[in-house]
Design a protein around this ligand. Structure first.
Ligand code: SF4
Length: 468
């Protein structure tokens, strides 16, 4: 059986959007499907700047028996309309392969997708590496794959669906980067340190899993938090160093493992491997301690990103973030003391937010003086059940800005979406156009590469300030 795995374009019209993260889920799925005996091709239409019709032609040219469209991969979310356009274009052009969507853990989103896109034969919910090989096996055997518990189809809307859960992450093979080509991807300027940035994960799911704004669909947010063994993670890092010359790694975990025992084993395994690696990861501010951060630093952590979200305690409670401003302050202070750079993300437009709260968020970012701050608008895939909150929703699927895509809620305090976007632009200007920030950057410039990457970072910042 020949299987085409498609990472679709993120917009109906090709856009110049950077960075373009390699499609980790698609590459991981490709390796798993290939290990099951199928022939696999991976097409990253976003990276290749393919339009929907180019994507359809490229898939048809492969003459696959099955096509798996991944509407959501790590750090990459695409609207249902694009899966719809590819599927209907494929059928109109005479494509007869089985068309499946995969890579999403949210049953509701997948149900809506198969309803909106009748050309899809079905969708699998949950970990695709667990579900898709089994589904392809059933298709090959002529069995009734539509009855499988993790499958949703437009014709069986009342079926009880159970997302597929990959219990033992150590059984996963190394992602099939040979089918993707890692060196094509452009890394964010501040992370462009040492050649390629190898995408990897150490866990799947989120042990907190409660933030009401978090609608990460790409199987990252899941009630079942699972970790790989530290030794398996380091083994993949060693293979990446040998095969691709990787020295720098980006962990795509929703939250990096934070048990002292796990971190000790990880640091020991990195030491034993002799890897002189650096890596970035995301963590919760309430989950770190000075001891854990020292272990992370020893294992090569260069930059830690915390989702701090807001400078308002009230909003943090409303979001069910489970973090206080004091915990954020401690985490940032301890991380700096451990010698790790700090990135922080903040969001605007959460229901109930006022312009005054947004202003506190901006000043909180300035007070913390993190190395890099990212300011985002909260994007919703579904209208959330958060009770009545004055404001309105606005469709924002076609942003050319690289950002989470979806609907934006405009709290009534802002009055309009353009004012909300203005506040975001102002936040970038207020945070980055400070003399102390320029001095900090100047102190980090030690090579031509540093100068180049900070210049590129400046260009990215200008686009963010202009909401481009
Ligand atoms: S901690 Fe992060 S990944 Fe987990 S629910 Fe909150 S925002 Fe989502």
């Amino acid at each position: 059986m020949k299987v085409a795995i498609i990472a679709p374009p993120v917009s109906l019209t090709p856009v110049s959007v950077f960075p373009r993260h390699p499609p980790l889920l698609a590459a991981q799925l490709a390796a798993t499907v290939r290990n099951s005996g199928a022939e696999v091709v991976v097409l990253d239409a976003f990276q290749e700047n393919l339009s929907v019709s180019d994507t359809v032609s490229a898939v048809l040219a492969e003459s696959p028996d099955a096509v798996v469209i991944m509407p959501n991969d790590v750090a990459r979310e695409t609207p249902a309309a694009i899966t719809g356009a590819i599927s209907s274009g494929f059928r109109r052009a005479g494509g007869s392969a089985v068309l499946i969507a995969a890579g999403v853990g949210n049953i509701k989103w997948m149900r809506e997708l198969v309803t909106e896109v009748p050309c899809l034969d079905g969708a699998v919910v949950g970990d695709p590496e667990e579900a898709v090989p089994e589904l392809l096996g059933a298709i090959a055997a002529g069995a009734a794959w539509q009855d499988m518990p993790f499958v949703v189809t437009g014709t069986l809307p009342s079926k009880q669906v159970r997302p597929a859960v990959l219990k033992h992450l150590d059984t996963l093979p190394i992602p099939a980067w040979d089918l993707v080509g890692l060196d094509k991807y452009v890394v964010l300027a501040h992370r462009k340190l040492r050649g390629i940035e190898y995408p990897i994960f150490a866990s799947r799911g989120c042990y907190w899993n409660r933030c009401t704004f978090c609608q990460d669909l790409a199987c990252v947010k899941s009630p079942d938090y699972r970790m790989r063994s530290p030794e398996a993670v380091v083994s993949e890092m060693e293979a990446a160093a040998t095969t691709y010359g990787a020295k720098h790694f980006l962990f795509h975990d929703g939250v990096f493992p934070n048990s002292v025992r796990w971190l000790e084993r990880f640091a020991n395994a990195v030491d034993a491997s002799g890897l002189q690696c650096t890596w970035f990861c995301m963590a919760r501010a309430d989950g770190v301690t000075p001891e854990k951060l020292r272990l992370m630093k020893r294992a090569g952590c260069k930059n830690m990103c915390y989702g701090l979200e807001s400078g308002s305690e009230q909003l943090l409670r409303d979001m069910d973030k489970g973090q206080t401003l004091e915990q954020a302050r401690d985490a940032v202070r301890w991380t700096k003391a451990a010698g790790i750079e700090v990135s922080a993300t903040f969001v605007f437009g959460f229901p109930g937010e006022t312009v005054e709260m947004a202003s506190r968020t901006i000043e909180f970012a300035v007070e913390l003086d993190v190395d890099y701050a990212q300011f985002m608008l909260v994007k919703w895939h579904h209208i959330p059940e958060l009770g009545l909150s004055p404001g309105s929703f606005s469709e924002e699927w076609e942003l050319t800005q690289y950002d989470y895509r979806g609907m934006v809620f405009v709290p009534s305090s802002y009055g309009s979406l353009s004012r909300l976007k203005f506040v975001r632009s102002y936040a970038f200007a207020r945070f980055y156009l400070r003399p102390s920030f320029f001095l900090k950057v100047a102190s980090k410039i030690g090579s031509l590469n540093d100068l180049r990457r900070f210049a590129q970072g400046g260009a990215t910042l200008v686009s963010a300030m202009l909401n481009k």
